[in-house]
Design a binder for this molecule. Structure first.
Ligand code: ADP
Ligand code: MG
Length: 443
C-alpha cells in the first residue's frame, strides 16, 4: 500500500504546481511516494538527475504542500532507483538531514571574478578543477587572507560543475557546519547518516578548513572522509586563511594530504585589479561609477575586496548617487569616513594593555608564560590584528620575536572567547574604543 493515499498525493502535487509554477516540471506526475516513517515522506524519482533537482529546489515546496494536504509537518526525502547506496534511516531531529539545498551565492561565478597577478594561478586552477573534477588537482587547496575571494572561487567551481553536470552530488559546506554536524551525529548516535552524507558526495567543498585547528575528533573523522573520497577519485576542495602547515595543531597526516594536491595562494590585489573589481561590482549593482571615483575607491582601500564592495554599498546607501551615477565629492566623503579612522600602532596597544592589566611592556614582550601574562599578551596580538595592517610575523616580532602561528592562534582564541565570554567581550570593546579614540599624537 502507498504511504499516502492517491488523493492526498495528487493534492500535494496540485499544491506545488499552483504555488510554485516556475519550479514545477511535467515529470512530477511520475513521482511516487514510497514510504512514510518518523515524519519523513520518501518520494521516488525516475532517475538521479530528477532526484537531484528535487533535493536542490523542491524540498520546501513539497514540505509545505504535504503539510497543507495532511495537516502534518513532514520532511521530504527524494530518492531515485538509480541512487548508488540506499540512504540510512533518518534519525529524527538531526538537523543536518533537513538542510535542503546548496547555499550558493548566485553572484559568485567565474564570470564575476576579476583576475590579476594576485589571483591568476588560483583562478586558472579553479577553472581546471571545475572542468575535470577528481582528475585535475585533487585535493585543491586555496588559501589567503580574509576577503580576498576564497569563498567566491569555491562557489564558482560548484556553479560550473553543476552547469556542466547537473546531477553531480556536490556537498558545499563551511568547516564550522561540518564540525557541528559531526558533534551532533556523535551525540545522537547517527554516525552512519553523517558518513553517508559526506562520503557519498562527488565533490566535497569545505570552506575555512582552518576551523579544524585544535578540534581533534573532527580532524580524525575528516581524515577518514578525505581518504574515502580521495581513493575513489572524488574531488575535494578546501580553503583556509593560511597554508596547511600553518593551521595550528593540524595533524601531520592531514597536512601532508592537503599538500599532496595543489595548494594555491590568493594575494592582495594590485591597484589595477582593484579598479577592475570596483568596475565589475558597480556593474552588478547597476551603478554608473566615473573613472575618478573608481580610482578613489581602489586607491584608498587596498587590503580587502569585501571592503571595496562595502564602499560601493555605502555610497548607494548614503545617497552619494544621482540617478545611478556616483558623484565624486560625495564619494570622497564616504571614503573619508573610512580612511579618517586613525591608525593604531603596536606601542599604543602595548601601553594600554599594560596599564589595564598592570604589566610592564617588557613583560608583554618577554618570555614569561604564566597565565597572568600570556592572556594580556594574546589580547595585544588580537588587537594588533584587528586594528593595524601588520602581518602575523610583524606582530610576532614586536611581541618578543614570537612565531606567526602563535599570533594566529592568539587571534583565533581571543576572537572565539571574546564571543562566548561577556566580560572579555566588554574588555575588548573598551580597549578598542580607547585605542581608536586616542588623539593621534599620543604615541
Ligand atoms: P574570502 O572567502 O576569501 O574571505 P570572499 O570570497 O567572501 O572572500 O570575497 C569577499 C568579496 O569580495 C566577495 O563579495 C567576492 O565576490 C569579492 N571578490 C573577491 N575577489 C574577487 C575578484 N577577484 N573579483 C571579483 N570579486 C571578488
Ligand atoms: Mg570566505
Amino acid at each position: 500500500m502507498p504511504p499516502v493515499n492517491t488523493k492526498t498525493w495528487s493534492d500535494i502535487l496540485a499544491h506545488v504546481r499552483l504555488s510554485y509554477p516556475q519550479l514545477s516540471r511535467g515529470w512530477f506526475s511520475q513521482l511516487s511516494p514510497r514510504s512514510l516513517a518518523q515524519g519523513t515522506l520518501t518520494v521516488e524519482a525516475g532517475n538521479s538527475s530528477q532526484a537531484v533537482y528535487l533535493r536542490r529546489h523542491c524540498q520546501r515546496p513539497f514540505a509545505e504542500a504535504a503539510q497543507a494536504a495532511t495537516g502534518r509537518l513532514l520532511t521530504l526525502r527524494f530518492e531515485s532507483t538509480e541512487d548508488p547506496d540506499p540512504a540510512p534511516e533518518a534519525t529524527p531531529g538531526l538537523s543536518f538531514e533537513d538542510e535542503a539545498e546548496l547555499a550558493l551565492n548566485g553572484d559568485y561565478i567565474f564570470d564575476n571574478f576579476v583576475t590579476g597577478p594576485c589571483n591568476r594561478l588560483a583562478h586558472a586552477a579553479a577553472v581546471a578543477v571545475s572542468q575535470a573534477p577528481g582528475r585535475a588537482y585533487n585535493p585543491f587547496f586555496i588559501h589567503g587572507a580574509v576577503g580576498l575571494g576564497k569563498t567566491h572561487l569555491l562557489q564558482a567551481v560548484c556553479h560550473q560543475i553543476l552547469e556542466t553536470a547537473p546531477a553531480s552530488r556536490i556537498k558545499y559546506i563551511s568547516c564550522e557546519s561540518f564540525t557541528n554536524h559531526f558533534l551532533e551525529a556523535v551525540e545522537k548516535g547517527a554516525m552512519n547518516q553523517f558518513r553517508y552524507r559526506y562520503r557519498n558526495a562527488d565533490v566535497l567543498v569545505i570552506d575555512d578548513i582552518h576551523f579544524l585547528a585544535e578540534r581533534e575528533r573532527s580532524q580524525e573523522e575528516f581524515f577518514h572522509t578525505f581518504n574515502t573520497l580521495h581513493q575513489s577519485r572524488r574531488q575535494i576542495i578546501l580553503s583556509a586563511d593560511c597554508p596547511p602547515p600553518e593551521i595550528p595543531s593540524l595533524e601531520e597526516r592531514l597536512v601532508s594530504r592537503f599538500n599532496s594536491g595543489l595548494v594555491t595562494l590568493l594575494e592582495r590585489p594590485c591597484l589595477e585589479t582593484r579598479m577592475a573589481i570596483v568596475r565589475k561590482k558597480a556593474k552588478l549593482r547597476c551603478l554608473d561609477v566615473p573613472e575618478e571615483v573608481v580610482r578613489l575607491i581602489a586607491g584608498s582601500i587596498d587590503s580587502n575586496i569585501r571592503e571595496l564592495e562595502g564602499a560601493l554599498a555605502k555610497m548607494e546607501l548614503l545617497g552619494a548617487t544621482c540617478e545611478g551615477v556616483v558623484d565624486l565629492e560625495a564619494a570622497r566623503k564616504v571614503i573619508g569616513v573610512d580612511t579618517g579612522r586613525r591608525r593604531v600602532t603596536i606601542p599604543e596597544i602595548l601601553e594600554l594593555v599594560g596599564q589595564r592589566y598592570n604589566l610592564r611592556q617588557a613583560d608583554l614582550q618577554g618570555k614569561r608564560r604564566t597565565k597572568s601574562v600570556t592572556r594580556p599578551r594574546q589580547i595585544c596580538m588580537y588587537l594588533a590584528r584587528q586594528l593595524t595592517d601588520l602581518s602575523l610575523g610583524e606582530i610576532g616580532g614586536y611581541l618578543g620575536g614570537r612565531d606567526h602561528t602563535t599570533v594566529l592562534h592568539a587571534q583565533r582564541l581571543i576572537g572565539e572567547r571574546g564571543i562566548e565570554d561577556v566580560v572579555l567581550h566588554r574588555e575588548l570593546e573598551e580597549l578598542k574604543d580607547q585605542l581608536l579614540s586616542r588623539p593621534a599624537h599620543a604615541h
